[in-house]
Design a protein around this ligand. Structure first.
Ligand SMILES: C[S@@+](CC[C@H](N)C(=O)[O-])C[C@H]1O[C@@H](n2cnc3c(N)ncnc32)[C@H](O)[C@@H]1O
Ligand code: SF4
Ligand code: SF4
Length: 330
């Protein structure tokens, strides 16, 4: 019998990037379509639905080959039935159609598009406005309002002119959860406003625990500002997570990780995430990054120190997968 497949991410996600709309998280470079005009929004959904059907018939799109999110249907319904089933509405929207930022991290995957220029004042995306597209998606009932989970990535939202309008349209429509990734350099008052209206996951990539390392990685001298903002955010009813991207030659040692954990203790932050730089120069130049042995030691050290300090040491499942495999490649 023909094997049939499905992917939860493909069923649920619309990832608005600068040049394409992806159907899953952009890190997989999965299937995508061109940015439609708001009135042609149906094209995004049509293409996604044809991909869902393609998998259901056992044909794996080239972009999905080898992806660990691709699952075989264990109890497949007859093809005829699933053909007439209503295609799922979007449950996750990723906002990253802008690349401007008020710092320029040495590791940033997004900076190749923005030319590493530091932007201090709010401005429009260099690519397109997302607000009209979201309005049209709501109008055409293509969003699962009750289940919607929105992730703001970018660029940095602190310099995106439509950030607050976007947050507000999601709030007005009863969004279930909003995740905001930011560098923490500028305090975002809207977080205070929405904290009581929806579940807010605020994650801040600080990648360091001292001013010197922060400056080397983020290329701006703003560690103290971030620290002050963290002290304000920690008092809000939000899930506050601090992030540390392991960047070779910058912060890939126990001393730096310990300083980072001490900073969390000092401020009272109890959630942390350790990541691997996915734009490591070996990966960019040779197409493969082999995880060095000492990384495994750093991950164990991180887990142990976090637990000792009452901090929850999250490691993203994708990173766990990479650690198991021992490398990641194009
Ligand atoms: C591109 S950033 C945009 C949001 C925000 N400016 C920030 O830094 O959190 C989105 C997320 O991607 C992560 N990221 C960026 N470049 C990365 C890399 N080379 N490896 C792993 N994560 C990366 C950031 O740490 C952040 O959590
Ligand atoms: S199978 Fe993988 S690459 Fe394909 S849509 Fe799903 S998450 Fe993306
Ligand atoms: S703060 Fe975020 S968007 Fe800005 S350079 Fe760093 S990782 Fe990139």
């Amino acid at each position: 019998m023909t094997k049939r497949y499905y992917c939860k991410r493909l069923n649920e996600t619309l990832d608005f990037d600068a040049l394409k709309v992806f159907y899953c998280c952009g890190t997989r470079t999965g299937p995508a379509c061109d940015i439609p005009k708001p009135k042609e929004i149906k094209n995004i959904i049509k293409k996604r639905n044809s991909l869902i059907k393609q998998l259901d018939r056992g044909n794996i799109p080239i972009e999905c080959e080898g992806c660990f999110d691709l699952k075989e249907q264990t109890k497949p319904k007859p093809l005829l039935l699933s053909f007439f089933c209503k295609p799922p509405k979007a449950k996750m929207i990723i906002v990253k159609h802008f690349k401007q930022c008020d710092c320029s991290c040495v590791y940033c995957c997004e900076q190749y598009l923005s030319g590493r220029k530091i932007v201090l004042k709010s401005k429009k995306s260099d690519y397109y406005d997302l607000l009209p597209v979201i309005k049209e998606l709501y109008k055409q009932k293509m969003i699962d309002k009750k289940e919607l989970d929105v992730h703001f990535q970018g660029g940095n939202v602190s310099v995106l002119d439509e950030f607050e309008d976007l947050v507000n349209i999601f709030i007005e429509n009863g969004v279930k959860r909003i995740e905001i990734a930011t560098n923490g350099i500028k305090y975002l008052p809207v977080i205070d406003d929405i904290a009581k209206k929806t579940f807010v996951d605020l994650n801040i990539s600080i990648d360091s625990g001292c001013r010197e390392t922060f400056q080397k990685i983020k290329t701006v001298d703003k560690f103290e500002e971030v620290k002050e903002n963290l002290k304000k955010y920690v008092k809000l009813p939000v899930l506050l997570r601090l992030k540390y991207i392991l960047v070779r030659g910058y912060n890939d040692n126990k001393e730096e990780i310990e300083k980072y954990i001490n900073l969390m203790k000092e401020i009272g932050i109890t959630n942390s995430e350790l990541m691997i730089d996915q734009c490591d120069k070996d990966f960019i130049q040779n197409g493969e990054f082999k995880i060095p042995d000492y990384y495994y030691e750093l991950f164990s050290f991180y887990k142990e120190k976090c637990i000792q300090s009452g901090i929850n040491p999250t490691i993203w499942e994708y990173i766990e997968e990479i650690l198991k495999k021992g490398s990641f490649f194009k």
